[in-house]
Design a protein around this ligand. Structure first.
Ligand code: PLP
Length: 383
């Protein structure tokens, strides 16, 4: 198999991830609830992962790292916890349904309104596009760091400084950027950064989170047991207990802690490797006349290893199916949970084939995938 679906979830994981998860299952009890050794061991592992996560993103305070189920959960925490009835949100047409659906839900349930900024010819949403949509009722700006369809990195630093100037909170969806780009949250200066532990951060499924970059605190989505201040009926105000009710997914957090240990050593080399493979993939695809890349900006426009295309008039699901049958290429087709992105690129009906490169892909795999795509393309007329 040639696994090119790393934007959905990275695969495989570094071997120390499963070892750390097995250790947690075998040695850890419920963290923060009891004083015996297995409970303390769970607490130690979670704190260590929180500290590694904070250090990885340049945060001084590990308590500003909140663990959630996945990136969707973290996005919901901010969107549902920040926006009051009648308020307005500015977002972009590059967002995932994990942003669009909570906004639509609040439109229906709280009467909020929202506006959508579109990208330029290079696939980037410029701050000016955001600025012109801001109204006196705007209470939040939401921007993806890297599109999960085109892979194009957005000018989030410039958008953050626009938001700072207007006194508006900024939520960045880092699902496709965390672990892949070199990110310092203090330098980026966003109020909230949502991450998926199981994609570029190379952790297991079942873990995501939110990085708090300012003093803003959304209302928590859940209340419940934290093992702290148990005599009080009101939710503790301290971080991370304000947001982390219920038993923590210790094995998943242990796995993320281990993948961060791996990234601490290898992230710079992996970034160079992925960027090299992405360039090779793009170069090969450009040579196939039937290939239509959704977004192919000039060199210099930053991107992650996510590349979407169509082959002539072929349906994207049919193309992905053929790639799997002929070359065991694991990729994804369809709309990738980003309907507005496809509407922008005119592919809302058939979607696109998405190849997404990960840390463990090789040049041989890219060459082999290109050969299979080239052969399949011979059966498709140029559109
Ligand atoms: C840009 C973007 N945002 C959010 C998500 C949701 O992430 P998760 O599946 O961890 O909830 C994804 C998942 O593919 C994504 O690509």
């Amino acid at each position: 198999m040639i696994y090119l679906d790393n934007a959905a979830t990275s695969f495989p994981k570094p071997p120390l991830v499963s070892r750390a998860m097995a250790y947690a299952v075998e040695h850890c009890a419920n963290p923060g609830r009891s004083g015996h050794a297995p409970a303390l061991e769970a607490g130690r592992i979670i704190l260590q992962a929180r500290e590694r996560m904070a250090a990885f993103f340049g945060l001084d305070d590990p308590m500003c790292v909140l663990f959630t189920l996945n990136c969707t959960d973290a996005l919901n925490l901010v969107i549902q916890g920040m926006i009051r009835p009648g308020q307005h949100v500015v977002t972009t047409s590059l967002e995932h349904n994990s942003v669009l659906r909570p906004l639509f839900h609040l439109q229906q349930s709280r009467g909020i309104t929202w506006s959508v900024a579109t990208p330029d010819e290079n696939g980037q949403v410029q701050p000016n596009q955001i600025r012109r949509l801001i109204t006196p009722r705007t209470a939040l700006v939401i921007v993806t760091h890297a599109s999960n369809v085109t892979g194009i990195v957005q000018p989030v630093e410039e958008i953050a400084s626009l938001c700072q100037g207007k006194g508006l909170p900024l939520l960045v969806d880092g699902a496709q950027a965390g672990g892949i780009l070199d990110i310092s949250l203090p330098r980026l200066d966003a109020d909230f950064y949502a991450f998926a532990g199981h994609k570029g951060l190379l952790g297991p499924q079942g873990i995501g989170g939110l990085l708090l970059g300012s003093d803003l605190r959304p209302l928590p989505l859940r209340q419940g047991g934290t093992g702290s201040a148990s005599s009080e009926l009101s939710q503790p105000r301290d971080l991370p207990d304000l947001y982390e009710s219920g038993t923590a997914p210790t094995p998943a957090i242990a796995g993320l802690g281990a993948s961060l240990e791996y990234l601490d050593r290898f992230a710079p080399a992996l970034r160079r490797h992925e960027s090299h493979l992405t360039s090779a993939l793009l170069e090969g695809l450009r040579k196939i006349p039937q290939v239509h890349l959704l977004s192919d900006p000039p060199a210099g426009i930053p991107r992650v290893g996510v590349v979407s295309f169509n082959l002539g008039d072929m349906d994207s699901s049919e193309a992905a199916d053929q790639l799997w049958r002929r070359g065991q290429i694991a990729c994804r087709s369809g709309l990738h949970c980003a309907p507005y992105t496809h509407a922008f690129y005119g592919t809302e009906t058939r979607g696109a084939v998405r190849l997404s490169i990960g840390a463990f892909n090789t040049q041989r795999e890219i060459d082999a995938a290109l050969r299979v795509i080239h052969n399949l393309a011979q059966e498709v007329p140029c559109s």
